[in-house]
Design a protein around this ligand. Sequence first.
Ligand SMILES: C[S@@+](CC[C@H](N)C(=O)[O-])C[C@H]1O[C@@H](n2cnc3c(N)ncnc32)[C@H](O)[C@@H]1O
Length: 277
Amino acid sequence: MEAGENEVVELELRLLLEGIHERYHYDFRGYTSSSLRRRVTRALEQLGCATISRLQEQVLRDENVFAQLLQFLTVQVSDLFRDPSYWKALRDQVTPMLGTWPSLKLWVAGVATGEELYSLAILLQEEGLLERSLIYATDVNAEALRSAEKGIFALDRLRGFSENYFQAGGTRSLSDYYTAAYGGAVFSRRLIEHVVFSDHDLATDSSFSETQLVSCRNVLIYFTPPLQERALGLFSDSLVHGGYLCLGSRETIRFSSVAEDYEEVVPEDRIYRRVRR
Ligand SMILES: C[S@@+](CC[C@H](N)C(=O)[O-])C[C@H]1O[C@@H](n2cnc3c(N)ncnc32)[C@H](O)[C@@H]1O
Protein backbone atom coordinates (compact mmCIF):
# COMPACT_ATOMS: atom_id res chain seq x y z
CA MET A 1 0.00 0.00 0.00
CA GLU A 2 1.35 3.43 -0.91
CA ALA A 3 1.62 6.11 1.75
CA GLY A 4 0.70 9.71 0.84
CA GLU A 5 3.36 12.44 0.89
CA ASN A 6 1.90 13.90 4.05
CA GLU A 7 2.15 10.59 5.93
CA VAL A 8 5.73 10.13 4.80
CA VAL A 9 6.69 13.59 6.01
CA GLU A 10 5.01 12.94 9.38
CA LEU A 11 6.90 9.66 9.67
CA GLU A 12 10.21 11.29 8.75
CA LEU A 13 9.60 14.02 11.31
CA ARG A 14 8.84 11.46 14.02
CA LEU A 15 12.00 9.52 13.19
CA LEU A 16 14.07 12.71 13.21
CA LEU A 17 12.80 13.61 16.68
CA GLU A 18 13.41 10.05 17.95
CA GLY A 19 16.94 10.17 16.52
CA ILE A 20 17.66 13.53 18.16
CA HIS A 21 16.36 12.22 21.46
CA GLU A 22 18.50 9.07 21.37
CA ARG A 23 21.63 10.74 20.09
CA TYR A 24 21.55 14.13 21.86
CA HIS A 25 18.95 13.72 24.66
CA TYR A 26 16.97 16.76 23.56
CA ASP A 27 13.30 15.89 23.50
CA PHE A 28 11.18 17.69 20.90
CA ARG A 29 8.62 14.87 20.68
CA GLY A 30 6.11 16.86 22.75
CA TYR A 31 6.10 19.92 20.46
CA THR A 32 3.10 20.65 18.25
CA SER A 33 3.65 19.12 14.86
CA SER A 34 2.33 22.10 12.86
CA SER A 35 4.97 24.49 14.18
CA LEU A 36 7.70 21.83 14.06
CA ARG A 37 6.92 21.16 10.42
CA ARG A 38 7.15 24.85 9.57
CA ARG A 39 10.51 25.17 11.30
CA VAL A 40 11.96 21.97 9.87
CA THR A 41 10.90 23.09 6.39
CA ARG A 42 12.88 26.30 6.89
CA ALA A 43 15.86 24.30 8.15
CA LEU A 44 15.75 22.07 5.05
CA GLU A 45 15.99 25.13 2.80
CA GLN A 46 18.79 26.75 4.77
CA LEU A 47 20.82 23.60 5.33
CA GLY A 48 20.39 22.47 1.73
CA CYS A 49 18.65 19.15 2.41
CA ALA A 50 16.02 17.81 0.00
CA THR A 51 14.16 15.72 2.59
CA ILE A 52 13.87 15.30 6.35
CA SER A 53 15.50 11.87 6.00
CA ARG A 54 18.60 13.51 4.48
CA LEU A 55 18.62 16.04 7.28
CA GLN A 56 18.31 13.23 9.81
CA GLU A 57 21.38 11.50 8.44
CA GLN A 58 23.46 14.67 8.73
CA VAL A 59 22.13 15.54 12.17
CA LEU A 60 22.94 12.09 13.55
CA ARG A 61 26.45 12.06 12.08
CA ASP A 62 27.50 15.64 12.72
CA GLU A 63 26.81 17.44 15.98
CA ASN A 64 27.49 20.79 14.31
CA VAL A 65 24.52 20.21 12.04
CA PHE A 66 22.43 19.41 15.10
CA ALA A 67 23.57 22.68 16.73
CA GLN A 68 22.41 24.52 13.60
CA LEU A 69 19.10 22.68 13.53
CA LEU A 70 18.49 23.59 17.18
CA GLN A 71 18.47 27.26 16.19
CA PHE A 72 15.59 26.53 13.79
CA LEU A 73 13.67 24.30 16.21
CA THR A 74 13.57 26.90 18.98
CA VAL A 75 11.86 30.22 18.29
CA GLN A 76 13.74 33.17 19.81
CA VAL A 77 11.30 36.01 19.09
CA SER A 78 11.18 38.39 22.06
CA ASP A 79 11.10 42.07 23.03
CA LEU A 80 11.90 44.25 25.99
CA PHE A 81 8.69 44.83 27.96
CA ARG A 82 6.79 42.72 25.43
CA ASP A 83 3.03 43.09 26.12
CA PRO A 84 3.35 46.30 28.20
CA SER A 85 0.02 45.72 29.96
CA TYR A 86 1.48 42.53 31.47
CA TRP A 87 4.48 44.45 32.84
CA LYS A 88 2.26 47.20 34.17
CA ALA A 89 0.13 44.61 35.97
CA LEU A 90 3.26 42.95 37.34
CA ARG A 91 4.48 46.31 38.63
CA ASP A 92 1.17 47.43 40.13
CA GLN A 93 -0.29 44.18 41.42
CA VAL A 94 2.54 41.74 42.02
CA THR A 95 5.67 43.61 43.14
CA PRO A 96 3.96 45.03 46.29
CA MET A 97 3.33 41.45 47.40
CA LEU A 98 6.82 40.32 46.38
CA GLY A 99 8.13 43.06 48.65
CA THR A 100 6.70 41.24 51.68
CA TRP A 101 9.26 38.41 51.32
CA PRO A 102 12.69 39.14 52.83
CA SER A 103 14.47 37.50 49.90
CA LEU A 104 13.25 36.43 46.50
CA LYS A 105 13.93 33.67 44.02
CA LEU A 106 12.51 34.10 40.55
CA TRP A 107 12.71 31.72 37.60
CA VAL A 108 12.46 32.90 33.99
CA ALA A 109 11.99 29.70 31.97
CA GLY A 110 12.54 30.04 28.22
CA VAL A 111 14.45 33.30 28.60
CA ALA A 112 15.63 33.24 24.95
CA THR A 113 18.08 36.07 24.20
CA GLY A 114 17.31 37.91 27.44
CA GLU A 115 14.77 40.62 26.61
CA GLU A 116 12.35 39.34 29.24
CA LEU A 117 15.12 38.98 31.81
CA TYR A 118 16.37 42.57 31.45
CA SER A 119 12.78 43.83 31.62
CA LEU A 120 12.25 41.93 34.87
CA ALA A 121 15.55 43.12 36.34
CA ILE A 122 14.72 46.75 35.49
CA LEU A 123 11.28 46.41 37.04
CA LEU A 124 12.71 44.86 40.22
CA GLN A 125 15.35 47.57 40.38
CA GLU A 126 12.77 50.33 40.11
CA GLU A 127 10.60 48.72 42.78
CA GLY A 128 13.59 48.33 45.15
CA LEU A 129 13.61 44.54 44.96
CA LEU A 130 16.56 43.68 42.75
CA GLU A 131 19.16 43.62 45.54
CA ARG A 132 17.29 40.91 47.41
CA SER A 133 16.49 38.83 44.30
CA LEU A 134 18.14 35.77 42.84
CA ILE A 135 16.97 35.08 39.28
CA TYR A 136 17.34 31.76 37.47
CA ALA A 137 17.40 32.43 33.73
CA THR A 138 17.02 29.21 31.79
CA ASP A 139 16.56 28.01 28.25
CA VAL A 140 17.04 24.83 26.24
CA ASN A 141 19.08 26.80 23.70
CA ALA A 142 22.58 27.39 25.08
CA GLU A 143 23.49 29.79 22.28
CA ALA A 144 20.51 32.01 23.13
CA LEU A 145 21.55 31.93 26.80
CA ARG A 146 25.06 33.12 25.93
CA SER A 147 23.53 36.00 24.03
CA ALA A 148 21.24 36.78 27.00
CA GLU A 149 24.26 36.93 29.25
CA LYS A 150 25.92 39.49 26.97
CA GLY A 151 22.79 41.68 27.03
CA ILE A 152 23.50 43.45 23.74
CA PHE A 153 20.55 44.48 21.59
CA ALA A 154 20.47 46.13 18.17
CA LEU A 155 20.16 49.91 18.26
CA ASP A 156 17.25 49.94 15.85
CA ARG A 157 15.15 48.00 18.37
CA LEU A 158 15.52 50.58 21.13
CA ARG A 159 12.76 52.91 20.05
CA GLY A 160 10.19 50.13 20.30
CA PHE A 161 11.71 48.94 23.58
CA SER A 162 11.50 52.45 24.98
CA GLU A 163 7.84 52.84 23.98
CA ASN A 164 7.04 49.51 25.64
CA TYR A 165 8.93 50.55 28.77
CA PHE A 166 6.85 53.73 29.19
CA GLN A 167 3.58 51.95 28.48
CA ALA A 168 4.63 49.43 31.11
CA GLY A 169 4.89 52.21 33.70
CA GLY A 170 8.66 52.78 33.51
CA THR A 171 9.69 55.57 35.84
CA ARG A 172 13.02 56.60 34.33
CA SER A 173 14.54 56.63 30.87
CA LEU A 174 15.41 53.26 29.36
CA SER A 175 18.75 54.76 28.32
CA ASP A 176 19.72 54.83 32.03
CA TYR A 177 20.19 51.08 31.74
CA TYR A 178 22.45 50.74 28.71
CA THR A 179 25.43 52.23 26.97
CA ALA A 180 26.02 52.20 23.24
CA ALA A 181 28.98 49.99 22.33
CA TYR A 182 29.89 47.19 19.90
CA GLY A 183 27.32 48.63 17.48
CA GLY A 184 24.49 47.94 19.91
CA ALA A 185 23.00 48.81 23.29
CA VAL A 186 24.86 47.01 26.07
CA PHE A 187 22.67 46.61 29.12
CA SER A 188 24.17 47.27 32.54
CA ARG A 189 25.98 44.34 34.17
CA ARG A 190 24.47 45.41 37.47
CA LEU A 191 21.08 44.18 36.25
CA ILE A 192 22.40 40.63 36.04
CA GLU A 193 24.63 40.56 39.13
CA HIS A 194 22.20 38.18 40.84
CA VAL A 195 21.29 36.09 37.80
CA VAL A 196 22.21 32.42 37.35
CA PHE A 197 22.13 31.42 33.67
CA SER A 198 21.46 27.75 33.18
CA ASP A 199 20.82 25.33 30.36
CA HIS A 200 17.48 23.77 31.27
CA ASP A 201 15.01 21.70 29.29
CA LEU A 202 11.38 21.82 30.41
CA ALA A 203 10.84 18.48 28.64
CA THR A 204 13.47 16.52 30.58
CA ASP A 205 14.85 18.43 33.59
CA SER A 206 13.52 18.98 37.10
CA SER A 207 12.60 22.24 38.78
CA PHE A 208 14.24 24.97 40.87
CA SER A 209 13.06 25.04 44.46
CA GLU A 210 11.25 27.62 46.56
CA THR A 211 10.62 30.38 44.06
CA GLN A 212 8.27 33.32 44.60
CA LEU A 213 7.72 33.90 40.90
CA VAL A 214 7.97 31.75 37.80
CA SER A 215 7.68 33.40 34.43
CA CYS A 216 7.36 31.17 31.40
CA ARG A 217 6.00 33.32 28.63
CA ASN A 218 5.46 32.30 25.01
CA VAL A 219 6.96 28.86 25.44
CA LEU A 220 3.96 26.61 26.21
CA ILE A 221 2.31 27.58 22.91
CA TYR A 222 4.84 25.34 21.17
CA PHE A 223 4.05 22.35 23.40
CA THR A 224 1.35 19.68 23.12
CA PRO A 225 -0.95 19.33 26.17
CA PRO A 226 1.08 16.51 27.83
CA LEU A 227 4.29 18.55 27.64
CA GLN A 228 2.44 21.66 28.85
CA GLU A 229 1.22 19.55 31.76
CA ARG A 230 4.80 18.50 32.55
CA ALA A 231 6.07 22.07 32.50
CA LEU A 232 3.18 23.33 34.64
CA GLY A 233 3.93 20.52 37.12
CA LEU A 234 7.53 21.77 37.38
CA PHE A 235 6.34 25.30 38.04
CA SER A 236 3.94 24.11 40.75
CA ASP A 237 6.77 22.14 42.41
CA SER A 238 8.92 25.23 42.25
CA LEU A 239 6.54 27.86 43.63
CA VAL A 240 6.11 28.56 47.33
CA HIS A 241 2.61 29.05 48.70
CA GLY A 242 1.45 32.47 47.49
CA GLY A 243 4.01 32.49 44.65
CA TYR A 244 3.13 33.85 41.21
CA LEU A 245 3.00 32.09 37.85
CA CYS A 246 3.17 34.25 34.72
CA LEU A 247 2.39 32.92 31.26
CA GLY A 248 2.17 34.43 27.78
CA SER A 249 -0.97 36.12 26.46
CA ARG A 250 -2.03 33.05 24.46
CA GLU A 251 -1.31 30.55 27.25
CA THR A 252 -3.46 29.36 30.13
CA ILE A 253 -3.55 26.89 33.00
CA ARG A 254 -7.31 26.58 32.62
CA PHE A 255 -7.46 23.06 31.20
CA SER A 256 -4.58 21.63 33.19
CA SER A 257 -4.58 19.48 36.32
CA VAL A 258 -2.98 22.29 38.37
CA ALA A 259 -5.70 24.85 37.56
CA GLU A 260 -7.42 24.35 40.92
CA ASP A 261 -4.25 25.17 42.85
CA TYR A 262 -4.16 28.74 41.57
CA GLU A 263 -6.25 31.85 41.74
CA GLU A 264 -6.34 34.26 38.83
CA VAL A 265 -4.68 37.54 39.79
CA VAL A 266 -4.80 39.33 36.43
CA PRO A 267 -6.62 36.93 34.10
CA GLU A 268 -6.17 39.03 30.94
CA ASP A 269 -2.40 39.13 31.48
CA ARG A 270 -2.15 35.49 32.56
CA ILE A 271 -0.87 36.13 36.06
CA TYR A 272 -1.81 33.44 38.58
CA ARG A 273 -1.11 32.88 42.27
CA ARG A 274 -0.48 29.52 43.88
CA VAL A 275 -2.93 29.21 46.75
CA ARG A 276 -3.24 25.43 47.26
CA ARG A 277 -0.82 22.50 47.34
C1 LIG B 1 9.44 32.72 21.81
S1 LIG B 1 10.74 32.54 22.96
C2 LIG B 1 10.08 33.32 24.39
C3 LIG B 1 11.01 34.33 24.96
C4 LIG B 1 10.48 35.12 26.17
N1 LIG B 1 10.05 34.24 27.22
C5 LIG B 1 9.35 36.04 25.75
O1 LIG B 1 8.19 35.78 26.09
O2 LIG B 1 9.63 37.03 25.07
C6 LIG B 1 10.62 30.79 23.36
C7 LIG B 1 11.84 30.27 24.10
O3 LIG B 1 11.53 29.00 24.67
C8 LIG B 1 12.67 28.20 24.58
N2 LIG B 1 12.29 26.78 24.71
C9 LIG B 1 11.69 26.00 23.78
N3 LIG B 1 11.56 24.76 24.24
C10 LIG B 1 12.07 24.75 25.50
C11 LIG B 1 12.24 23.75 26.48
N4 LIG B 1 11.85 22.48 26.26
N5 LIG B 1 12.82 24.08 27.64
C12 LIG B 1 13.24 25.35 27.88
N6 LIG B 1 13.12 26.34 26.98
C13 LIG B 1 12.54 26.05 25.80
C14 LIG B 1 13.25 28.54 23.22
O4 LIG B 1 14.59 28.16 23.11
C15 LIG B 1 13.04 30.04 23.19
O5 LIG B 1 14.16 30.71 23.69
